[in-house]
Design a protein around this ligand. Structure first.
Ligand SMILES: Nc1nc2c(c(=O)[nH]1)N[C@@H](CN(C=O)c1ccc(C(=O)N[C@@H](CCC(=O)O)C(=O)O)cc1)CN2
Length: 290
């Protein structure tokens, strides 16, 4: 068996075209142009690339972007003050603080300062609670992208045994919740899981977000499984690889995502979707109030 390669760039392109249409419609109907504020603290090169890609993606679909680049040494209060001003700015429908943050910044406080209604990353505790209870406000972008890739491929998750490897707050945990909400049976494995293969071999759908290159090899994968690789690891030679041995696992799986070009492009795309959704909600609220 050779797996079908799920082309994240192609799916992202389709959704981005839909985004352009939604932005145009909102502007024509309501004179509202969605606005996204992006805050980058410090000089982490990977974060700078991701932020640049987000801004370019916004421009391409007509979302107005506001970038705030703060020094590595910025004080907590200055960052919090900026977020409060953006919360009150009616031209801003989405606010995101690029992670990771420098160690002296109180990340939890930063994320809790973003207004939940503008938290397009879905990281605010209110929005985490909303996701847990099935009242989703904003889905975190990477797991949301995985769900959209599965939908696009016609892969039904209901009743399937799903194993998520990785229990981070921004990918593993919300991923498990989103799949449970779609009636999958979900197990989460993490760095302390004993005998990882014993779990992964039973997965109809395996989602890997561990940040360990080559963690998942072919003998750990059930024949015909769907394998979604969320890992992004930069090797010493500059090459980017995922957490899955792509060549070996492709011989056993029915579907597999590549790295790069799988989940990554969907992360940025779902940020656009969340920002547009936020602006559309504002319009709906204004109409109700009028
Ligand atoms: N505030 C946030 N911070 C971070 C998030 C997030 O969703 N919100 N996620 C990651 C980084 N990230 C977006 O911010 C991100 C990572 C990777 C990609 C991507 O397109 N990857 C490419 C390859 C990347 C490369 O060549 O360097 C791919 O997989 O094809 C997009 C977004 C942590 N921080």
């Amino acid at each position: 068996m050779t797996a079908k390669i799920i082309d994240g760039r192609a799916v992202a392109d389709i959704i981005r075209t839909e985004c352009s249409v939604r932005v145009q419609r909102l502007e024509e109907k309501a004179g509202i142009r969605p606005g996204l504020a992006v805050i980058l603290v410090g000089g982490d090169p990977a974060s700078a690339v991701y932020v640049r890609n987000k801004i370019r993606a916004c421009e391409a679909v007509g979302i107005h972007s506001f970038t705030h680049r703060l020094a590595e040494t910025v004080e907590n209060d200055e960052l919090l003050g900026l977020i409060l001003r953006l919360n009150a700015d009616p031209s801003v429908h989405g606010i995101l603080v690029q992670l990771p943050l420098p160690a002296h910044i109180d990340m939890a406080r930063v994320l809790e300062t973003i207004a939940p209604s503008k938290d397009v990353d879905g990281f605010h505790l209110y929005n985490v609670g909303a996701l847990v209870t099935g009242n989703t406000v904003f889905s975190p972008c990477t797991p949301y992208g995985v769900v959209k890739l599965l939908e696009h491929e016609g892969i039904v998750v209901e009743g399937q045994n799903v194993v998520v490897v990785g229990a981070s707050n921004i990918v593993g945990k919300p991923m498990a919740l989103m799949l449970m909400a779609r009636d999958a049976t979900v197990a989460i494995c993490h760095a302390k899981t004993r005998d990882l293969a014993q779990f992964t071999i039973g997965a109809d759908i395996l989602v890997v977000a561990a940040g360990v290159p080559g963690l998942i090899t072919a003998p750990m994968v059930k024949r015909g499984a769907v394998v979604i690789d969320v890992g992004i690891n930069r090797l010493g030679n500059g090459k980017i690889v995922g957490d899955v041995d792509f060549v070996g696992v492709s011989r056993r799986a029915s579907h597999i995502t590549p790295v790069p070009g799988g989940v990554g492009p969907m992360t940025v795309t779902m940020l656009l979707v969340n920002t547009i959704e936020s602006a559309e909600r504002l319009h709906a609220m204004q109409r109700t109030a009028a």
